[in-house]
Design a protein around this ligand. Structure first.
Ligand SMILES: *[C@@H]1O[C@H](CO)[C@@H](O)[C@H](O)[C@H]1NC(C)=O
Length: 441
């Protein structure tokens, strides 16, 4: 009758762990269409409630594949569950204490379909006064029963003083302000960079203008994200700001990865052209960024209820990892070339400086990638739902540090290839290079 064998429940635990790890809850008014679905568990949004939380659930066009009135429809319905209690519910099911998650006393049942009494829709309002992070889940414990329905759900907290609705989860409700603050920082950075470009206009390369474009796109992206989140916070939907946000994310993603590759190849610092293999890296990274951005849009807009949500998550992670690895190759090639050049062209000091710079850059790119991909994910999983914004701040700070480092190290003057070096320095550098050859590789 219900999920009792260990196979499906193992699948279930895996599934929910995946869902829980990857969802940064930003609930909003969400409309989901479920069509002839026989999954026993469908997770909807996750939301961090305060003591004045509410869940509005309006379900319409309900139709069951088997309209037999004998069916025990109390085995079908919606409930709210925290992550911790979900683990225990799975344990209860495995131990055969219960046969359906809806029977557990650890979950909060919102609505079971036996209350429908033949109706095709229901509206329900569920007050949630326990401050915690809950996931709205649909359970269908009847085997071979397919369900179609339109689900409109909204979760929000009422603001203490004004009583206004706040559609952002408890831990991320200050995000609009955080994003706006970072927007201001990047706005100032862009201004500063324009000033530097103007002051050093004689030693400016084309790549410096490209860097300016990257900073401006990053600033605009943050501004749209701030607007997007603040509209969601107030009204439960983004009012089109999400489209702008996706456009700028997309442009920012492409330009940032291109910039890392271009700097890595030494384009316009070391040489005015790109080699074939370097162009190939760009030709891999740019389309992959397109795919990554499409995946991101699908993930954000559908939510975990969609059947192939997990697939899109995996596509996104895979593509992201490939992009991150690909951008490292040009830097490694440059380091190798500089090392060889140092040995042959007799300008050891200049080459050693460049070599050190590119090595530092390599390490910083790795740290940046590691921090924003791994550490931030880890933070999301270990921090309490109330402090989820801290992982966003950590990620943004790391990104900011990366931008500042790149701008500072590759600023217009430092790479003037014609700077003068006296013989002593040259000899010392040649020595250093020789030493290095003995130790490395
Ligand atoms: C649900 O229905 C009620 C009354 O019909 C309405 O006031 C409310 O806005 C609806 N909620 C959602 C999330 O659609």
């Amino acid at each position: 009758m219900a999920i009792s064998s260990s196979q499906p429940s193992r699948f279930l635990s895996l599934f929910t762990i995946l869902v829980l790890c990857f969802s940064l809850c930003v609930a909003e008014i969400r409309f989901s269409e479920i069509r002839s679905d026989d999954r026993s568990i469908i997770p909807f949004d996750e939301f961090g409630f305060t003591h004045t939380g509410r869940l509005e659930l309006n379900v319409s066009h309900i139709s069951l594949s088997n309209p037999n009135p004998e069916l025990d429809l109390s085995q079908v319905g919606f409930f709210l569950s925290t992550r911790d209690s979900w683990i225990h519910v799975l344990q209860q099911i495995q131990d055969l204490d219960i046969t359906c998650a809806l029977q557990s006393d650890l979950v909060k049942v919102v609505y079971t379909f036996d209350r429908l009494k033949g109706a095709k829709s229901f509206d329900s309002m569920f007050p949630e006064n326990e401050a915690n992070q809950f996931t709205l889940v649909f359970a269908n414990c009847l085997q071979q029963l397919q369900i179609s329905m339109d689900v409109r759900s909204a979760m929000y907290n009422l603001d203490g003083k004004s009583g206004r609705r706040d559609y952002l989860s408890a831990g991320v409700t200050i995000l609009p302000r955080v994003y706006f603050l970072f927007f201001l920082v990047y706005f100032c950075l862009a201004g500063l960079w324009i000033y530097v470009l103007y002051k050093k206009r004689l030693t400016v390369f084309r790549i410096h203008f490209f860097m300016l474009a990257v900073v401006i796109l990053k600033a605009l992206n943050l501004l749209c994200e701030a607007e997007d989140k603040s509209y969601i916070k107030r009204t439960g939907s983004a009012h089109g700001w999400d489209v702008l946000f996706y456009i700028f994310s997309f442009l920012k993603g492409i330009t940032l990865f291109t910039l890392i590759v271009l700097i890595g190849t030494g384009w316009s610092f070391l040489k005015p052209y790109l080699q074939d293999k370097e162009k190939k890296v760009l030709m891999i990274v740019i389309p992959l960024q397109v795919v990554a951005n499409i995946a991101q849009v699908v993930i954000d807009e559908t939510g975990p209820y969609a059947q192939d949500w997990i697939t899109w998550k995996q596509v996104f992670l895979l593509v992201d990892v490939v992009c991150c690895c690909a951008v490292l190759f040009p830097i490694v090639w440059s380091i190798k070339n500089l090392r060889e050049a140092a040995r042959t062209d007799g300008k050891a000091a200049v080459n050693l400086m460049k070599l050190t710079l590119f090595r530092q850059y390599y390490i910083v790119v790795i740290c940046y990638i590691y921090f924003t991909r791994v550490v931030v994910y880890a933070l999301v999983t270990i921090t309490s739902y109330r402090y989820l914004w801290t992982s966003v701040v950590a990620g943004e700070l790391a990104t900011l540090a990366f931008y500042v480092f790149t701008g500072y190290k590759f600023r217009p003057e430092a790479h003037n290839p014609y700077f003068v070096i006296d013989d002593e320095e040259e000899e010392a550098a040649a020595e250093a290079l020789k030493l290095e050859d003995e130790f490395e590789l």
